[in-house]
Design a protein around this ligand. Sequence first.
Ligand SMILES: Cc1cc2nc3c(=O)[nH]c(=O)nc-3n(C[C@H](O)[C@H](O)[C@H](O)COP(=O)(O)O)c2cc1C
Length: 187
Amino acid sequence: MNTYKLILKRRTIRKFSNKKIKQADLVDCINAARLAPSSANLQPLEYILVTKNLNLVFECTHWAGYLKDGAPKHNEHPNAYIFILSNTEISKQAKFDVGLAAQNIILTALERGIASCILGNLEREKLSKILSIPEKYFIELAVVLGYPKQISIEDKFKGDVKYWLDEKQVLHVPKKSLKDIIHKETY
Ligand SMILES: Cc1cc2nc3c(=O)[nH]c(=O)nc-3n(C[C@H](O)[C@H](O)[C@H](O)COP(=O)(O)O)c2cc1C
């Protein structure tokens, strides 16, 4: 699938099948992150790939703030977690780098049929201990991955940003229309 179609297709998925992701696919995702643009080419980011003891890290995550029942149930957990760390001794403003790296991970995975969710709402102190992360690193985001067990679709934005589940458990994500956000030549 070409990149534009892949981007149109991508939606956050929070419920996953138990099919294992090949380690080589996960490593390719991190390699794609490695090659993302980096401010001043400082490359402050490092990654921890977690595919074992997943319950330990799951306990440190928070899901779908707008939904009552949005978190994955026991048999819907992600198959892998990629934690994006920034080395604060190299840069304390790594947010743009983080976003670009995360998107490279997500699109590389999606091209192989693997769905994802970015998690920013993390219990970072607990995670740092569990993952033995040295103090100079900040856990920026987790990208969780798995084969999808949920359908999510773009919905028309009608003034409310909250995503919602319909009676068939399809997730609807309101997105502003192109005409409302595009300005040509001047505002
Ligand atoms: C920086 C960032 C942090 C996020 N943190 C969380 C999170 O902690 N938990 C969660 O369930 N989703 C999280 N998300 C996913 C967003 O809720 C999701 O991208 C948004 O609802 C739009 O849906 P879409 O990705 O399908 O377009 C995060 C997304 C971003 C970009």
